[in-house]
Design a protein around this ligand. Structure first.
Ligand code: ADP
Ligand code: MG
Length: 634
């Protein structure tokens, strides 16, 4: 059952600008073209080719981070609230968008060895497991991680050692979870160390397949997925499970890929490289527009996979990354426009409560089943032991049995086996020394005892196996405050809390500043009363100047957008020309080298599979008229 408190909220968009690189610095004294107003959350972009009289372009975002920003600032202010939501059972997505080399990977992963420079992902690991270590012991957690990449519209499982040899994974859809990747590896993680290991394995797999890692990462999308399931007794006394799914996405470079001049396979490849990214742009535009009834999620793997994150059941943060160098002005402007559009997307996040497919529930059931089996065995052993001991069998109640520690169960079972063995050994000795027994009878009795001993050992082995399975199962679940020890002392905790408070404060202040700015712009000064005509003229001139500047900005914006449309149209036309040429070439071959009846046969058998975006042959059906003929022969 999904919670009813359905509310709408917009996608949070923050922008980060990296420092000038050493190479860019040596290019000249021009300096950066990106300015930021941290207090207001604004980016001011200077066109290096424009005359100084042209007004600069200003964009407002939920937060902005300049070249001196720290990884922690971004995390505490813009990511922490999202991860908190995931821990409370919401879906959450963070994606980094921007031109290659602007700091997407730096922001998402950062430098692992330097705690100051760890990015969003390692900080999220820390956050999640610290949260578990500090929560109540009536909460049980199950944390899982998956790691995939989308390259040339194929989904590759980065945690599957054979992912290089197999075909891409398929997307499936279920009413419960929405779109998911079929057969994707998912690793249960019990600590920061384990989940880091998962990340490392995936990163290595990513690098292995690529001849040039830089080029590869600029053309592929990397998605790290974390599922946190949490079970807690509700007021009704039953255990309720909340499931938070977190997508951490490092997108391919947003720069325009040159599609012109390439042909054949290279053309197809070039068309696929940015298919997911341009589909993402189209989805964002359609959603931001608010009027389009059709959102083209199905156009690419990425948009299908992120369907919930864009306009659906999720909380989403987009980090747009910029470089400050003048030569990238066009790309930077495009990124800012893209980011600006994304702000208008409305999501409907809700807590995922007791979904049918919660793995934690399955685990709890299996653990309970194994426990019952073990208890049953122990009960039988105890019964036998008491019979052996000659004691009267007293039933001491099931409830008490439930409470007994597993170790004790094991110990008692072992003890029973030992006692039994001793007893049988003693009996054997007695039989051997018994002078009244015939050799044959002795042999028979000893054999029987031997069999009993064997059975005993077999049973013991089975119990051990059962215990091992039970323990392995149980160890996958994390109990709040139990499995992971929180080493931070009170002072550190206080510091952390202070830092979080400050981040929250900064965020609220910025929101207020932005509100004031909007009000200021909309304020109708005309309603004011003026003491003198002179004053009125001054005030109105000021207002007029402001409006005129705004008009100029809007005009420039319209021209820019038009230019961009013309550019992309020309590109599309060019691509279309190349595709048409290719098509003509294929027709030429077909018409001249394939007999018409063969061609018809093939055409009749072909059908298009929209899910896999591929033409496929219908399976051959055996011709019924031939069947009787075959039978005649025999
Ligand atoms: P992308 O993943 O977008 O292609 P990278 O994250 O690889 O870009 O960043 C390119 C280079 O810039 C790397 O050397 C990275 O360390 C550096 N860099 C990026 N962002 C920052 C930042 N905010 N502060 C310092 N260095 C950065
Ligand atoms: Mg990168």
């Amino acid at each position: 059952i999904m919670s009813k408190n359905k509310s709408s909220e917009s996608v949070k968009v923050v922008v980060r600008c990296r420092p000038l690189s050493r190479k860019e610095e040596s290019n000249g004294p021009a300096g950066g073209i990106v300015q930021m107003d941290l207090r207001l959350g604004q980016v001011i972009l200077r066109n290096p080719r424009a005359p100084p009289s042209e007004p600069q372009k200003t964009f407002t975002f939920d937060a902005v981070y300049d070249s001196s920003s720290k990884q922690r600032d971004l995390y505490d202010e813009s990511v922490r609230p999202l991860i908190d939501s995931v821990l409370a059972g919401f879906n959450g997505t963070i994606f980094a968008y921007g031109q290659t080399g602007t700091g997407k990977t730096y922001t998402m992963q950062g430098l692992w060895l330097d705690p100051e420079k760890q990015g969003v992902i390692p900080n999220a690991f820390d956050h999640i497991f610290t949260h578990i270590s500090r929560s109540q012991s009536d909460k049980q957690y199950l944390v899982r991680a998956s790691y995939l990449e989308i390259y040339l519209e194929e989904i590759r499982d980065l945690l599957d050692p054979n992912h290089g040899n197999t075909r891409g994974l398929e997307l499936r859809e279920s009413p419960e979870t929405g779109v998911y990747v079929q057969d994707l590896t998912s690793c249960v993680c019990k600590s920061i160390k384990e989940i880091e290991e998962v990340m490392n394995v995936g990163n290595q797999a990513r690098a292995v397949g690529a001849t040039d890692m830089n080029e590869h990462s600029s053309r592929s999308h990397a998605l790290f997925l974390i599922t946190v399931e949490c079970s807690q007794p509700g007021p009704d006394g039953r255990k309720h499970i909340r499931v938070g799914r977190l997508n951490l996405v490092d997108l391919a470079g947003s720069e325009r890929q040159a599609k012109t001049g390439v042909q054949g396979d290279r053309l197809k490849e070039a068309a696929k490289i940015n298919l997911s990214l341009s589909a993402l742009g189209n989805v964002i535009s359609a959603l931001a527009d608010g009027r389009s009834s059709h959102v083209p999620y199905r156009d690419s793997k990425l948009t299908r996979l992120l369907q919930d994150s864009l306009g659906g059941n999720a909380k989403t943060v987009m980090v747009a990354t910029l470089g400050p160098a003048p030569q990238h002005y066009d790309e930077t402007l495009t990124t800012l426009r893209y980011a600006n559009r994304a702000k208008n997307i409305q999501n409907q996040p809700r807590v995922n409560e007791d979904p049918k497919d919660a793995l934690l529930r399955e685990f709890q059931k299996e653990i309970a089943r194994l426990r019952a089996q073990l208890n049953h065995r122990r009960f039988r052993s105890k019964q036998k032991k008491e019979q052996v001991d000659g004691e009267a069998w007293e039933r001491d109640g099931d409830e008490e049995e439930e409470e007994v520690e597993e170790e004790e169960v094991e110990k008692e079972a072992e003890e029973f086996v030992k006692l039994e063995e001793q007893r049988l050994e003693k009996e054997n000795e007695a039989i051997r020394e018994d002078q009244f027994l015939l050799a044959e009878e002795k042999q028979k009795l000893l054999g029987e005892n031997e069999k009993m001993m064997g059975n005993l050992r077999k049973r013991q082995e089975a119990t051990e196996q059962l215990t091992a399975r039970y323990k392995a199962m149980e160890s996958k679940l994390l109990v709040g405050g139990k499995n992971i020890i929180d080493h931070t002392n009170e002072q550190q905790k206080m510091l952390e809390m202070k830092r979080q408070e400050i981040a929250e404060q900064t965020r609220r202040e910025r929101e207020m500043q932005q509100q004031m700015l909007i009000q200021d712009e909309e304020a109708v000064e005309l309603r004011e009363t003026f003491t003198s005509l002179q004053q009125e003229v001054e005030a109105k001139t000021k207002k007029l100047k402001k409006l005129y500047a705004k008009l100029q900005c809007t005009k420039a914006e319209i021209k820019d957008v038009n230019d961009e449309h013309v550019r992309s149209r020309q590109e599309l036309e060019q691509t279309q020309n190349e595709l048409t040429r290719e098509l003509k070439f294929k027709y030429l071959i077909i018409e001249n080298f394939i007999p018409p009846e063969e061609k018809n046969k093939i055409m009749n058998r072909l059908m298009f599979d929209p899910d896999e975006d591929e033409w496929k042959f219908k399976p051959l059906v055996p011709d019924e008229r031939l069947v009787p003929l075959i039978f005649h022969h025999f």
